[in-house]
Ligand binder design. Structure first.
Ligand code: GLN
Ligand code: ZN
Length: 745
């Protein structure tokens, strides 16, 4: 049994495969075209590949149980027996029960899916009832451990730690079950020890956020108990995504063997560590290589930070700041990139090499490290953009007063009370996706593709007219993704070909990389919007993605404040808004579904973020005349800390998810005195279910009770791109009829 942690490690590694093999296999299994055995074979192949890669790179502490068919929180739920009765009783195989929890089946909706901290990864929320009986099911971890051992690789099984698991769970006070759950972890640890496992990793990222003294106490109690066990592997508690604050001394106080600290997102951890006093022989695992972004590490700076840790702890290992799950697999697949860009990048595979080099440098102190490349090649700077930014005045982020705007807009638009609209996208049919694939492959030329998309826009406009909607959309058929689409057209952005990152389950995204000053080469959406507008006398909404969301779903540059990058994007969008306006578009929607997602985990950091986020949105949207109506769309209903910011966006109309929370959000908005237009979603588009006309009427009546009808809009919760036409037509018909009914009463 190994007692030494090692010099270099990663907290996790992408599991989807370099070519999204896991996505393809899992979806084939769901579709019934491969069986469970074939799926298991693909999975084993992918795991073996990762272990060999890490071993061949000479990483000397290698994790296992980081593979997942869907999500690591779901895996941990299964490992502790937290399978809700509603799934257990379906009588499915273990694998199908697992997928039923992840995706739902006819009779049972899935576990709730939600964002993993401030990342764009989503986890499944465990449901913990007061009568949930925890049981130890270490089989998956043991199997993976044995599998790796058979390949000659000794690994460290990884689990989500008990405190974080419960802090992220839902139910009646799940955290109250901690002591209970810790007993189950103790049994898992005993089983691991019995199988010869030397080290286990328990992830506690929840402590990078604000935690109460009681929660910090619970962390101390948990790891004191687990640490005091006589029959256990050595315990490595990994933390990431920020500063631990008071949780760090608490954790150091426990008899665990290693503690991992994010020194990229949590620079304050270093000071805390220095202040903590003797570390009692603990290994400190220094997260020096950014697991959230794609830039090469400044190795000299990292080694200096590492040396500080070496001065404090007897044993230090180097690692990624968090799991490498959040970055693409391998830069070497991106052969088309500008070499000046690729020489500055590191994806998961390259980060492993950096970690190994850093581990050696810290041990030997002699390894010569390359100097970092100069930050930004001259060609990536745009002095005109910088000049515009420097010349900005507060007035550039301020529209006229709302009552005047509202009156002018109404004069120009002549909308009925309770106007009906949609959020932007219409179904992305298989045919559309095929056309896009053919275009990408070169078998459909630009002209053919454009005419195919125009035909789609025409159909979508015609359908909306038939349905009797008041404010129309063009349907977004030309967009692959709401951020990638703009990234492909803006200067300063690079697109990867294979840079996929898991977003949830089998869904992967390919975030663009913002590497230089952002500017707009040409109008991006005007042609589509004006074409749609030419087909109808009803207003067609221009459709843009907001600066905060564009940043949130891209890899951002780190050589300037995010606020500056946001303003650069905002200026490009401001020009686009103006061009849309001059082309006769009267309503423009700027989506900000990610505003909440990138909210800093600690309250103390939130105001700064919200200030620049709001300022960037206002810069993007304040260049238009009073009679141009600005909409925004947000994808959630629990505003919490961001509610004030939503008001501060100063959009004329805000559409939001509300159907699942039964319009509660309207009360929240009323409570802060929000007084502009609002479109609470009256149809939950997350399921194919068609809401009846009466249900929509009921939702609308509830809304009218909370908001004056003249400020209320009628729309679905979100875009319709994942839905099918039959349910979209039926639902929108009910939505329009319900609006007419409530209007008349
Ligand atoms: N306009 C986008 C759409 O309708 C908004 C998507 C989103 O909110 N995520 O698809
Ligand atoms: Zn949405």
């Amino acid at each position: 049994m190994s007692t030494v942690f090692g010099q270099s490690t990663v907290l996790g590694y992408p599991r989807i495969g370099a070519n999204r093999e896991l996505k393809k296999a899992v979806e084939a299994y769901w579709a019934g075209t491969i069986d469970a055995e074939a799926l298991a074979d693909t999975a084993a192949g992918l795991r073996a590949q990762v272990w060999r890669t890490l071993r061949d790179a000479r990483l000397d502490a290698i994790p296992s149980n980081t593979f997942s068919y869907y999500d690591q929180m779901l895996d941990t739920a299964v490992a502790v027996g937290a399978v809700p009765a509603r799934f257990a009783r379906l009588g499915l195989s273990a694998l199908d029960t697992y997928f039923a929890m992840a995706r739902g089946v006819d009779a049972e909706p899935a576990l709730e899916l939600t964002k993993w901290f401030d990342t764009n990864y989503h986890y499944l929320v465990p449901e913990i009832a007061p009568d949930t009986v925890f049981t130890a099911n270490p089989a998956k971890a043991l199997d993976e451990y044995a599998e790796a051992r058979d390949l000659g690789v000794t690994t460290r099984p990884v689990f989500v730690g008990p405190a974080t698991f419960l802090l992220l769970a839902k139910g009646v006070d799940p955290f109250a079950r901690l002591d209970d759950l810790v007993q189950t972890y103790a049994r898992i640890l005993a089983a691991l020890a019995h199988a010869g496992v030397g080290w286990v990793q328990l992830d506690e990222p929840a402590y990078a956020g604000d935690r109460s003294p009681a929660e910090i106490d619970a962390l101390r109690r948990t790891y004191t108990r687990l640490g005091d066990l006589t029959h256990r592997p050595r315990i490595f508690v990994a933390t990431y995504f920020g500063d631990l604050g008071d949780a760090l001394p608490a954790l150091l106080d426990t008899p665990v063997d290693a503690v991992g600290l994010d020194l990229v997102a949590g620079a304050g951890n270093l000071h805390r560590l220095a202040a903590a006093g003797p570390l009692g022989g603990k290994t400190i695992v220094a997260g020096l290589v950014d697991g959230r972004n794609v830039w090469r590490t400044d190795l000299r700076a990292a080694v200096a930070a590492g040396a500080t840790v070496t001065g404090l702890a007897d044993h230090v290992a180097v690692s990624s700041s968090c799991s490498l799950l959040h970055v693409p697999v391998d830069l070497s697949a991106e052969t088309h990139l500008d070499p000046r860009l690729s020489e500055r990048l590191a994806f998961a595979r390259q980060k492993v090499d950096e970690i190994v080099v850093l581990g050696r440098a810290l041990r030997d102190g002699t390894t010569a490290l390359p100097a970092p490349l100069p930050a930004t090649p001259a060609g990536w700077r745009h002095d005109d953009v910088r000049g515009r930014l420097a010349a900005l005045r507060p007035a550039d982020r301020q529209r006229g007063d709302y009552p005047t705007r509202a009156a002018r807009q109404q004069e120009r638009l002549g909308l009925p009370e309770l106007p009906t609209t949609t959020i932007g996208s219409f179904p992305q049919t298989a045919e559309l996706r095929r056309a896009r694939a053919a275009h990408r492959a070169g078998s459909l030329d630009d002209a053919g593709y454009a005419s195919r998309m125009r035909a789609e826009v025409q159909q979508v406009v015609r359908l909306q007219e038939q349905l009797g909607l008041d404010v129309l959309v063009h349907g977004e058929p030309e967009r692959n993704d709401m951020v990638q689409y703009f990234g492909e057209q803006l200067d300063g952005f690079a697109a990867t070909r294979h840079g996929w990152v898991q977003s949830y389950g089998s869904r992967c995204v390919r975030p663009p990389i913002i590497y230089g000053d952002v500017s707009r080469k040409a109008p991006m959406t005007v042609e589509w919007s004006t074409y749609a507008q030419s087909l109808t006398s009803k207003p067609v909404k221009g459709m843009l993605t907001g600066p905060v969301t564009i940043l949130a779903w891209s890899f951002v540059r780190t050589d300037q404040p995010l606020a500056d990058t946001a303003d650069q994007v905002a200026l490009a969008l401001r020009d686009e808004c103006r061009d849309l306006e001059s082309a006769g578009i009267r309503v423009i929607q700027v989506d900000e579904p990610a505003l909440r997602e990138t909210l800093p985990l600690r309250r103390a950091d939130q105001k700064t973020y919200l200030d620049w986020a709001v300022a960037a949105f206002r810069l993007a949207t304040s260049g238009v005349a009073d009679d141009t109506q600005i909409h925004t769309h947000l994808c959630y209903s629990e505003f919490g800390e961001v509610i004030g910011a939503i008001d501060a966006l100063d959009a004329d109309v805000t559409s939001i998810e509300a159907s699942r929370s039964k319009m509660e959000v309207l009360d929240n908005l009323a409570a802060i005195g929000y007084g502009r237009g609002v479109g609470p979603g009256v149809w939950d588009i997350h399921s194919p279910r068609v809401p009846s006309r009466d249900e929509v009427i009921e939702a609308l009546r509830r809304a009218v009770a909370a908001v004056p009808a003249r400020r209320l809009w009628v729309n679905p919760d979100c875009g319709l791109k994942t839905r099918g036409y039959p349910e979209v037509e039926a639902s929108l018909r009910h939505l329009v009829a319900a609006a007419a009914e409530v209007r008349g009463s």
